[in-house]
Design a protein around this ligand. Sequence first.
Ligand SMILES: *[C@@H]1O[C@H](CO)[C@@H](O)[C@H](O)[C@H]1NC(C)=O
Ligand SMILES: *[C@@H]1O[C@H](CO)[C@@H](O)[C@H](O)[C@H]1NC(C)=O
Length: 376
Amino acid sequence: MMGTFWFLLIIGIRPILSLTEADLKRSLLSSAVYDPSVRPRINASHAVHVQLDVQVVYIIGLTERDSSFAQACNIFVSWRDEYLTWNTSDYGDLDSFVVQPSVVWTPDVSVYGRMEINQRIELGQVRVNSDGMVNTKFLGILATHCAMDSEFFPFDYQLCTFIIGSEIYFTSEVAMEIKSLRQLESCKNNPNWNLVHVRKNPKPPFWQVQYCFQRRSLYLAVLYMVPTFMHAVLILISYIVPSEAGEKISFGVSLFLSFMVFLLQLNGDLPEMSTAVPALEIFFMLHMTSGVVSLVVSAISAYITHNNSQQTVSVNKVKDVSTAATNEKRRFPNVRQRFRDTSFLNRAGFVVSLSLILAANFIMFNAKLKSSGCTQ
Ligand SMILES: *[C@@H]1O[C@H](CO)[C@@H](O)[C@H](O)[C@H]1NC(C)=O
Ligand SMILES: *[C@@H]1O[C@H](CO)[C@@H](O)[C@H](O)[C@H]1NC(C)=O
């Protein structure tokens, strides 16, 4: 009799005793007890400490034209909500639950310099733990402004920074801190940029995150500098072609044209910026100038050769058979003179072209040497 009574009593009480997640949410988050716009501190003079853990997942790229830097990243955000605590044994050992971020108070984590109207990052679903710790995260693509300097292109380093902090709250209300900052292995996969380092600096009331990138220049070096070197060799060889051979000018012109075609291809790879002239562009311009010098020298020596031979012909016509002997004597100094003129011109042109090519290579070498890391 007594046993049956206790049995019925336990059966009857059980549903009342074991409270569910729904009960917990109702008791913690009902509008009568919880206001998501209120900072979760019982003592209003205490600040909410928000911890950020930033993970750089991969680098999408840097775009010179719109000075932007895009990355995929995870920002884990956690803080303590003093109003969201419960005794787990009252709720069948329920240790945590998940709610929409709009239901609870969330800090306004803002990334200043974002290429979007909304600087605040969108937080995902929120997990609330029984001790009041609240965890959430931002997973997605972050595009931020990055001022780039292309002076040493293609051996340049770029420093991109952004600032993270609360937009609305004072530090005395919400204190944000970047607890950890790491780059995942997949960051190394960008074909054009090598992430040298990521750093965090406290800049009260904000935190600054710095990314230092090094351009991978292999592609540009192989695609452009090797053919340019060959072109330079051909320009220097064009001085050896005798000016009597009429092909000299057309050889120079075809060299010039082939270089122009080559430059057209380059257009897409050069940074579209007017703030600095990239080293690679100066390199090409100097090579082109050396080609032009070779063309001009060819043209002038062709002119001299032609003029001189005409003079000799006219001299031949006027002073006829009667002065054949003296004519023979005059012709030789003329030929010698002509030879001396064009060869001097050729030599001077060769030296100018060679020094232009050397200067171009020096500029590239200098860019490579000077650009040795990110400058603040
Ligand atoms: C709030 O915290 C401050 C500093 O910790 C303390 O001085 C103050 O007495 C607290 N106020 C209340 C109402 O507990
Ligand atoms: C939780 O509740 C159980 C029983 O209801 C009690 O024994 C325990 O002390 C409580 N724990 C806390 C931290 O209040």
